[in-house]
Design a protein around this ligand. Structure first.
Ligand code: SAM
Length: 255
């Protein structure tokens, strides 16, 4: 095992690319150029058996003859010790792979859905990576977030004038009381990571009288995209991991 990043020679760069929600046309020009120019392509995924959505989006721009794809397994866990150990291992793998490149300048890209700095896995390993490999240059290419793409699909303004927007992760704690407090303070509330909590969220929105102000979206920008404007019809449905809710209290002059 390498002790320090100081052993690496030449320039080592890692560009963290936000790919947008799924539609390849929403990948930025800058992101695409970074992907095409990379020597190493790092792709995180939550289970070893799961085909990476990020890899699927980027595949048309990859050149298997010249580039190496490195799949990184980042299991979703609430065990902080296990998570920290995984992040260390992944940071070590990225740093080592880049350092071991023979060429003077080695470029890697780390691919993510949406925007890298919004609940992105890279933020979990960033600190570890720069601590171990201090000379590694890290750059972030922003991406279209899933909720921006969902709002665009349904033509829903997220905020106007002085309105406030909250972005929160779904959890069992997000009950009707918590949602009511949020909706009292923010004109728009975006709930990410909805998945299995969907029935509970629908019931909570019903309790506080805001179910008709909610829009449910899953797999935005992907072939299986689904948008539901009356989430009350989904009371018994457990959403997939890639799902979100937008609760918008109607603004002035809005359709
Ligand atoms: C780990 S977070 C990543 C967020 C991402 N970085 C972004 O900017 O949207 C994963 C959550 O983002 C949302 N998400 C990401 N991509 C999505 C998509 N294509 N359709 C619907 N929701 C999506 C879901 O709420 C999902 O549980």
């Amino acid at each position: 095992m390498r002790q320090e990043g100081t052993k690496q020679e030449g320039t080592r760069q890692l560009i963290v690319v936000g790919l947008g929600p799924g539609d390849p046309e929403l990948v930025t020009v800058k992101g695409r150029r970074a992907i095409e120019a990379a020597d190493l392509v790092f792709v995180p995924r939550s289970h070893t058996s799961e085909e990476s959505r990020a890899l699927h989006i980027a595949r048309p721009w990859l050149n298997p003859q010249r580039q190496q794809v490195v799949l990184l397994t980042l299991p979703m866990t609430r065990d902080a010790t296990h998570a920290a150990e995984t992040y260390r291992t992944v940071a070590e793998e990225i740093g080592t792979r880049l350092a071991d490149q023979r060429r003077e300048t080695a470029r890697g890209v780390y691919l993510l859905l949406g925007d890298p700095l919004l609940y992105g896995t890279f933020t979990c390993i960033w600190g570890e990576l720069v601590a171990r490999w201090p000379s590694l240059a890290v750059e972030v290419v922003p991406g279209v977030t899933s909720f921006a793409a969902a709002a665009a699909q349904v033509g829903l303004p997220l905020s106007t004038h002085q309105e406030r927007v909250a972005i929160v992760p779904a959890s069992e704690q997000l009950d009707s009381t918590a949602l009511e407090q949020l909706c009292a303070s923010f004109e728009t509330v975006i709930v990410m990571k909805v998945g299995r909590v969907l029935p509970q969220l629908i019931a909570a929105l019903d309790t506080i009288g805001l179910l008709d102000r909610a829009i449910y979206a899953e797999h935005i920008g992907m072939p299986e995209e689904r948008i539901v404007r009356d989430p009350g019809s989904l009371r018994d449905y457990q959403g997939p991991y890639l799902s979100l809710l937008i609760v918008r209290q109607k603004g002035e002059n809005e359709p």
